[in-house]
Design a binder for this molecule. Structure first.
Ligand code: AHG
Ligand code: MN
Ligand code: MN
Length: 336
């Protein structure tokens, strides 16, 4: 039973029995993500100080503190997961190809692969606005002791065993699911501990917030244009409020708490959309469904799409169930 103020460490141990194949491996993996989250949080929080600290001689020999934060976050996550020897492969937005972690070694029995967007919303870093990290976990399909293959990463979102995000906002939170609802933990930075602050998170069935980069309006499909006009129409509880941070993690987090819809449709400029199926849309879609929300490409559930490439893009509509269904009805009626 989730108890408010429980630490994430306690929560992981108590809930281990809920995992489908409980060997403790997934618990260790979540623990490693918890650790990496704290390391990246530390880096993100001093983003504005990089030059100042650098001048004060804080830069290490590799010049690490002056690296771009998305590269740094990528390194920290990969390093932490590698060092703990709990996964057999990792794919990242920042890496062209997936990385095998001792997967060909028959002594390594690790069966999980992880996909990450190490720093989401990275254009917000320079202006001190919330960013995040997104992660998605699968059991490998190929046998342990053999090299991981692309097939292990190109699974449909339905196969995810865990997914979540870290939001580096006014406070830092880790929000995740293992298929038994969604729970949110807030970091107490003074002692470096995450506490359960948001047990059993759920999207309100409907809401009054729509989040979309409206600057691209002229390039949107007719269905999206008409849905935006619907959101702006004066009728019943409309017009809705427009809120767009430009960081999927932050926009999703707000919409899950307050009720709303996030959209990144395809456009005449970006014909497949912008967001990546494997490490942005699938984990968010898993969280959304676990939180009573919905996620689709406008026509079919995101979690049912069979991926064909590691960095595949897909249109994304996600949020409160009734709002996503309304947007889908506009897509179906007015289409492309
Ligand atoms: P990333 O920083 O990982 O590249 O992702 C940014 C994504 C997403 O988080 C955000 O909602 C969207 O791109 C913003 O795109 P636009 O600037 O085109 O609106
Ligand atoms: Mn991203
Ligand atoms: Mn990113």
């Amino acid at each position: 039973m989730a108890r408010r103020n429980q630490t994430l460490g306690e929560f992981i141990i108590e809930n281990q029995k809920e995992f489908r194949y409980s060997t403790g491996e997934l618990s260790k993996l979540i623990n490693a993500i918890r650790l990496a989250a704290k390391v990246v949080n530390h880096e993100v929080n001093k983003a504005g100080l990089v030059d100042i600290l650098g001048n004060a001689g804080e830069t290490n020999v590799q010049g690490e503190s002056q690296q771009k934060l998305d590269v740094l976050a990528n390194e920290k996550f990969i390093q932490t997961l590698k060092n703990r020897e709990i996964i057999c492969g990792i794919a990242s937005e920042e890496e062209d190809d997936f990385i095998s972690i001792n997967s060909q070694d028959e002594n390594h029995q690790n069966k999980y692969v992880v996909l990450i967007d190490p720093l989401d919303g990275s254009s917000n870093i320079d202006v001190n606005v919330s960013v995040g990290t997104i992660f998605s976990v699968y059991r490998r399909i190929t046998s342990v002791g053999t090299p991981v293959t692309l097939e292990d990463f190109l699974q449909t979102g339905r196969n995810q065993v865990a997914a979540g995000y870290i939001i580096y906002g006014t406070s830092t939170m880790l929000v995740y699911t293992t298929g038994h609802g969604v729970n949110g933990f807030t970091l107490n930075p003074a002692i470096g501990t995450f506490y359960l602050s948001h047990p059993n998170m759920r999207f309100p069935e409907t809401g009054r917030i729509y989040s979309i980069n409206e600057g691209n309006y002229v390039h949107f499909p007719q269905g999206v244009k008409n849905y935006i006009k619907y959101c702006q129409e004066e009728k019943g509880d409309r017009p809705y409020t427009s809120r767009y941070i430009g960081s999927l993690v932050s926009d999703f987090h707000r919409n899950m708490i307050k009720g709303g819809i996030y959209m990144y449709p395809k456009s005449s400029k970006a014909t497949a959309g912008k967001l990546r199926l494997l490490y942005e849309c699938n984990p968010m879609a898993f969280l959304a469904e676990q939180a009573d929300g919905k996620a689709s490409d406008g026509f079919v559930p995101i979690l049912d799409i069979q991926p064909s490439e590691l960095h595949q893009r897909v249109p994304f509509f996600c949020g409160s169930r009734q709002m996503v269904e309304k947007a889908e009805s506009f897509m179906q009626e007015f289409g492309l």
